[in-house]
Design a protein around this ligand. Sequence first.
Ligand code: SIN
Length: 314
Amino acid sequence: MTSSISLATEIAGNKLASCLYNASGPLCSTTDELNAIGESAAGAILSKSATLEKREGNPSPRYVETSWGSINSMGLPNEGYEFYAAYSKHSANYNKPYFMSVSGLSHADNLLIIQYLADFTNIAGIELNLSCPNVPGKPQTGYDFEETHRLLDMVFAQSKLKIGVKLPPYFDIPHFEMMAGVLNKFPIAFVTCINSVGNGLVIDTHSETTVIKPKNGFGGIGGDFVKPTALANVRKFYTLLDKNVAIIGCGGVKNGMDAFEHILCGASAVQVGTCFMREGPSCFARIEQELKDIMQQKGYSTIADFKGKLRTCS
Ligand code: SIN
């Protein structure tokens, strides 16, 4: 029996009955999609990244599944920030926190949105997206350490809500240290590692074309392929950031063991992207049960029993 096993966690001062919820991206743009997450076993609801204006996003085909995951260049299609702010009132129907992802196309846009959100008391926290690789002409802020510092200076001067950031993947130890050095200067509530691995290329050899259209086929890679990179980012930021910053793991989670690995590396919660897109909201209950089964086999009753306790092999 796994009924005595708890997946409860806390993010930005909010209690989540389950540490599993959706990544911002797939199936979290419309009221129906957000409601479906609310009705599922997910521990929280996270919105699609909101921009100032409603956006159609990039031309299709812009999301393709592969045997190992996915490539996307969605280009932030979303209803605009006012829609996702208004949804926060409706989210109160579900007994779980509602987080809003914000991805302004400029610092000024981010500041305006964050100022506006200050009075929305049903928003549990803002996930500031510093890492979308899919808007033509817009670099990923998270790869520019000085620019990230400038933006966070402005954001924390204004925000009344709890703020976390969604980071791109890093691949070099000095880059982890530089970003952690910036983040440790601010009262960041949580850090989500990782967004998709930006600007990969998937080819259809039969037609000798790219499989997606935007940016001549370049897009963010998700799914199985990115899990080792996601785990490395979770682990590094868990060891480098102040201990009161929750790490949220995202990347390559399609079963209970993947979630277990993220938590072992230091994640307080785990988001599901490509698998949620493929399977829909029922994936949360399935992965939760698989995680509980693993915890039972290992004799763990809460995620605190193994969170961050990865050891180096001898
Ligand atoms: C997109 O809409 O292009 C994906 C969102 C992201 O990668 O941040």
